[in-house]
Structure formats: structure tokens, C-alpha cells
Design a protein around this ligand. Structure first.
Ligand code: F6R
Length: 608
């Protein structure tokens, strides 16, 4: 949440900072700003709303400085407004911040006592004044930052720019990610490698607690105790990854349509397609036979991937699985089995609650396996084993292709653990792997039905609420369908296990509220069909996502039918995810919503 960037350049940097901020806009987009030095003096431009407002401001009043910092905001403290937009400035410096300063009230009172006045509602302004207060004591900028950082509690990535100092940027990291980019003549700071990809592919990531002093052509890294430390330079592939919409109207549409390809790529990484076997790109550093259970944690859509995986690990590996949302898990102090396996699932690899759960699991001596989409992310670096999803950058704030790739990886892991534990025969493995291999083709087939799905989605535009029902692995998908619709169309939606219908939600059924039933031909079909009939008997409006057999067995009038190709049921949820995503997408587009940047959301949730 919030994207930060800094450039120590050789030519005016404002345009490049805007370019980097565009790549960070997924992290927040309620205001943006830039500060540079012109003739040694700090000059700022800030604007409420999307980055294009800042661009407009810059076109009216350009910034000429060759060193600068920039920010795109997801508000935590203080409403989105120009006054609260970063960079925040004190008399001698400007700062941009991603995260939360937890002790800002206390520091604010202290600084007011030193005659600092506060002009914003943000927590960040204290950082600017705190460093300024150290400089007033006579410290130079580097020593002032070194003195101020230990006083900050909370989570932060920071970039500082100093009045009158044309050759210095300072970055600091405690929690949210921060990377240094090495250019030919220029030095960069950015929240991720993707932001810096137009300028360089040589990156050094700050470790937690690090701060860095950037001067032309060099970077001096300090650890949390102030010791000078070495941090490795790495080449990233971020530059090679396209972050263009192509012919699609939105990133979300592009990412939905990429799924056959990226799921195929991900599966190829974990399967031996010729032999029909799972072939993991790593060895387990533990004996799967010694496991008593698995714990999985994640947030949001990734949590629904984890819930789905529970069914697979339990069925194929005969292992009990506990799944919890990371924001709960981190505080539960759950007892974990000696040297157990903890799986964390995260697209960004930066989600604060998921990271904190990982840290807890480490204190409990768990083996940590992370399923992440950003291989250079903090969660990946803090794990013992990384199982990458090869979805490529996901820019749309609503997760789509990351989910199906997470599911593909988790399915392969469940089969691998099942085989290793002797719970899955070679023949079953062969059968299941062949089902996995068919998924990308089935997904491509579903995308051909988009026009029908779009028609149905238009009928959502006037409703207050939508109910999603599913059983087994399609129960988490019902939850995901409801989440997807809520977050981009702002229509209230709920997901339920279909069997729970008669325990309460059936009271909601009327002739207006659509009930989306996810019903592949699996062993629960008969039961799901009974639920469909219960809804029909009460005059409910049913939208069935199922194959021809499901429609035939339901034998009721449907308000909408998304006909799915026939397929084996085990991993059908991976294919059924697509119509669920498309329903939300087309409902939101029809309603004129900003699907790639829905209100109040941000893609990378690096604060609690
Ligand atoms: C929903 C969505 C979020 C994320 C959640 C976890 O469309 O994108 O619910 O799934 O914030 O994010 P990651 O996977 O980055 O940990």
C-alpha cells in the first residue's frame, strides 16, 4: 500500500518518477506527489485522486530538478486530499512513506513542544519533523536519519530528499519492501523492481531494518544497528515482463484472458507432462511421512485458494489441514506440531498479516513453504521453500490469474505430498496429472462463452445483493465469487456452502436477488441440484454455472445458464473460477466502475 520512488539523476527526473509511479499505482491511487530540488530548494507538486491529476499539475507547472522522490498513496491516516498527499516536508527535507508510524501521536506531541506545526492529518509528517529536529541539533542528513529511525515504531519504507543537497537520497525499510536500482549514471529507490524496470534491471533489496545512503554511482547499506553491511546486487526479470493492457480494455480483462497460458506455464513447472507425474522443482527439506498436519494461511483471494487446497491435501495426501486468515492466525498463538509444515499463499509476497503469520510459524519451528507470485518478495525470501506461481505481474487490483495459478501449484503440491506419503498410487497420480494437463484447454473453451456471461452480468446492475453457492472445492469459489463482485462492482454479495442454505440464507430468497450456483458434475451434484430446486420453489432467480448434465438434472427455469464443458471434477474449481471472475468483471464494467482500481482498495496490503 502506497508506492514510493526516488531518483538521483543526471537530467530532470519528474517524468521518470511519474513513469515509475504509474507502475506502482496498483499500490494505492487516492493522491500522488513529487518533490525535487530546484536550485537546491525543495519544490513539490501534489494532487488528490489518480496519477493523471498529478500529471496535469506537472504539465501546468513542471518540475526541473535532477533529483527527486515520488509517492502514490493509499490513505491510512487522514483522508485523501492534496494536503495529506506525500511528499511531506519540513524545513530541511521532504519524505515519502509507505506504512504506518504507530507512535506518531506521541511524537507529534513531542515535536509540537519543539515549535513544529503540523499541516496534515498524516502519521508521516512526524518523520519529516523528527529528522529536521535532529538536523537542528547540528547533525548532517545521514546522522539525522540514523538518529531518527530508531524512534519510529511501526512499519515503513521511507525515502528522504534534503534541501540544498543535490547528491543524496536516503531510503529506509522496516516491513514494507524497498529496492535500490543501479543505473548507468543514475541511482534509484523503489517499492518494487517493477517500478524501476524502465530504468534498470540491477536491483538490491533492503533487508528488514536496513537503511541506505545513495550517492551518485554508489549505495552504502546499514543494518538496523547502523553497521555498514553488504547487500547483493541481483538481475531481475521485471523489465522483461510486460505491464501493458494490450488490446484489452482493462488489466483485469487481460489477466482473466491470460489464464490458460499462465496456468499452463505454471503446471509445466511442476509436472512431468510426458510421464504424467508431478515433478517438483525442489526437494522437501522434511519427510512428508513425518507430518501430522499442515497449516495454511493467507488473506483474501489467496485465502480462498488455501481453503480449496485443504480439500486436496486431505483427499490426496490424507493429511489434516488447518486454514485460517492471516489476520486472525497471527494473533491466535495456535499450537503447531513440532517441525510441522506451514504453507503461506500470497500473490504479492508482501502482505503484512501473512508475513506476520510466517514469522509466528518460524518461532514455532515450522518448515515454511510459500506459494508466491513475486519471487523476489519478502515472503519468498523469508521462506525455506518457494513454490512460485508463474502468473506474471498482476496489475488489476482484483486478483484473477494469481488465484488460478495458486490453485495449480497447490494441486501439484497436494499430489506430490500424497505420493510421498504413499497415499496416492502411481495410477491415481497419472490420472490426476492428466486432469491437470487438460485444464488450460478447458479454460480457453470457457473464455469462448464470454458473451453469455456478459449478458447475465448486465442483469446484476440493478440488484442490491447476490448469493453464491457451491459445495466442496466450489464452496471457496462461491466465497471468491462474492468477494470479486463486491470489490469491483460494490454490489453486496455473499458466498455460502450450498448445504448451509437452509440454515439461514434461504430467508433472503426472492424474485430479485440472483443466486449463482456453481455446480460441476461431481459427487455433490445431486445435493447441489436439491438446493437449486429449493431456491426455485421459492421463486428465486437462479444462475447456474454447470455443464449440460447439471442443467438437465436441475430441471428448473433458469434466469441464466453458463454452460461449461464437461470435465473431471477434481480440479474443476480452477476452470469454474473463470466465469465467476467474468461475471464480476462485466457487471462492474456495465455499471461504469473502475475495475482495475476499485475504490478504497490497493493491491499490496503492507499494513495491518
Ligand atoms: C482480492 C484480492 C485480495 C488479495 C489479498 C491478499 O481480489 O486481490 O483479497 O488476495 O489482499 O494479497 P496477496 O495475495 O498479495 O497476499
Amino acid at each position: 500500500m502506497c508506492g514510493i520512488v526516488g531518483i538521483l539523476g543526471t537530467a530532470p527526473v519528474a517524468e521518470s518518477i511519474v513513469e515509475a509511479l504509474k507502475r506502482l499505482e496498483y499500490r494505492g491511487y487516492d493522491s500522488a506527489g513529487i518533490a525535487t530540488l530546484e536550485g537546491g530548494h525543495l519544490t513539490r507538486r501534489r494532487a488528490e485522486g489518480k496519477l493523471k491529476n498529478l500529471e496535469l499539475r506537472l504539465s501546468e507547472a513542471p518540475l526541473e530538478g535532477v533529483i527527486g522522490i515520488g509517492h502514490t498513496r493509499w490513505a491510512t491516516h487522514g483522508r485523501p486530499s492534496e494536503a495529506n498527499a506525500h511528499p511531506h516536508a519540513s524545513d530541511r527535507l521532504a519524505v515519502v512513506h509507505n506504512g504506518i508510524i504507530e507512535n506518531f501521536r506521541e511524537l507529534r506531541e513531542e515535536l509540537k513542544g519543539k515549535s513544529y506545526t503540523f499541516t496534515t492529518e498524516t502519521d508521516t509528517e512526524v518523520v519529516a519533523h523528527l529528522v529536521s529536529a535532529e538536523m537542528r541539533k547540528g547533525l548532517d542528513p545521514v546522522d539525522a536519519v540514523a538518529a531518527a529511525l530508531p524512534r519510529l515504531k511501526g512499519a515503513f519504507a521511507l525515502a528522504f530528499l534534503f534541501e540544498g543537497v543535490e547528491d543524496l537520497l536516503i531510503g529506509a525499510r522496516q516491513g514494507p519492501p524497498l529496492a535500490v536500482g543501479w543505473g548507468a549514471d543514475e541511482m534509484y529507490l523503489g517499492s518494487d523492481a517493477l517500478a524501476l524496470a524502465p530504468f534498470t534491471d540491477v536491483i538490491t533489496y533492503l533487508e528488514d531494518g536496513d537503511w541506505v545512503v545513495l550517492r551518485p554511482g554508489r549505495a552504502e547499506f546499514h543494518d538496523e544497528h547502523g553497521n555498514i553491511v553488504e547487500r547483493v546486487k541481483q538481475r531481475t526479470v521485471a523489465g522483461a515482463l510486460l505491464v501493458e493492457r494490450g488490446n484489452h480494455r482493462h488489466f483485469m480483462a487481460k489477466e482473466i484472458h491470460e489464464q490458460p497460458e499462465v496456468v499452463a506455464r505454471t503446471l509445466a513447472h511442476y509436472l512431468d507432462m510426458l510421464q504424467g507425474k508431478v515433478r517438483l522443482p525442489f526437494e522437501f527439506p522434511f519427510d512428508p511421512n513425518a507430518l501430522d498436519r499442515i497449516t495454511i494461511t493467507a488473506c483474501g483471494t489467496a485465502y480462498y485458494a488455501a481453503l480449496t487446497a485443504k480439500y486436496w491435501f486431505e483427499r490426496f495426501a490424507r493429511l489434516p489441514v488447518e486454514v485460517d486468515v492471516a489476520s486472525e492466525f497471527r494473533y491466535r498463538e495456535a499450537p503447531l506440531p513440532e517441525r510441522g509444515l506451514m504453507i503461506v499463499v500470497s500473490q504479492s509476497g508482501e502482505t503484512a498479516d501473512t508475513r506476520a503469520s510466517l514469522h509466528y510459524a518460524r518461532t514455532q519451528k515450522q518448515h515454511i513453504l510459500s506459494v508466491v507470485n513475486v519471487p523476489s518478495s519478502t515472503i519468498a525470501r523469508e521462506s525455506h521453500i518457494v513454490a512460485p506461481t508463474l502468473a506474471g505481474p498482476e496489475i488489476g487490483v482484483a486478483s484473477t490469474k494469481a488465484l488460478t495459478c495458486q490453485l495449480a501449484v497447490l494441486a501439484c503440491l497436494a499430489l506430490a505430498v500424497g505420493r510421498a506419503r504413499g497415499k496416492l498410487s502411481a495410477e491415481e497420480e497419472f490420472r490426476l496429472v492428466n486432469e491437470l494437463i487438460l485444464l488450460p484447454g478447458l479454460m480457453a473453451d470457457v473464455l469462448n462463452h464470454e458473451a453469455t456471461i456478459e449478458q447475465i452480468a448486465h442483469s446484476f446492475a440493478k440488484v442490491q445483493s447476490v448469493l453464491y453457492l457451491g459445495r466442496g472445492t466450489n464452496y471457496p469459489l462461491a466465497l471468491e465469487g462474492a468477494l470479486k463482485l463486491k470489490e469491483i462492482s460494490y454490489i453486496h454479495a455473499e458466498g455460502y456452502a450450498a448445504g448451509e442454505l437452509k440454515h439461514g440464507p434461504i430467508a433472503l430468497i426472492d424474485e430479485v436477488m440472483p443466486v449463482v450456483v456453481i455446480a460441476p458434475s461431481d459427487r455433490a451434484l445431486e445435493k447441489t441440484v436439491s438446493n437449486v430446486q429449493e431456491v426455485a420453489a421459492r421463486g428465486g432467480r437462479i444462475i447456474l454455472i454447470g455443464d449440460a448434465r447439471a442443467a438437465q438434472e436441475a430441471a428448473v427455469d433458469l434466469s441464466g445458464f453458463v454452460e461449461m464443458p464437461a470435465m473431471a471434477p477434481d480440479f474443476a474449481a480452477i476452470v469454474y473460477a473463470l466465469p465467476v471472475q467474468l461475471l464480476a468483471y462485466h457487471a462492474a464494467v456495465f455499471m461504469g466502475k473502475d475495475v482495475d482500481q476499485p475504490r478504497n482498495l490497493a493491491k499490496s496490503v503492507t499494513v495491518e
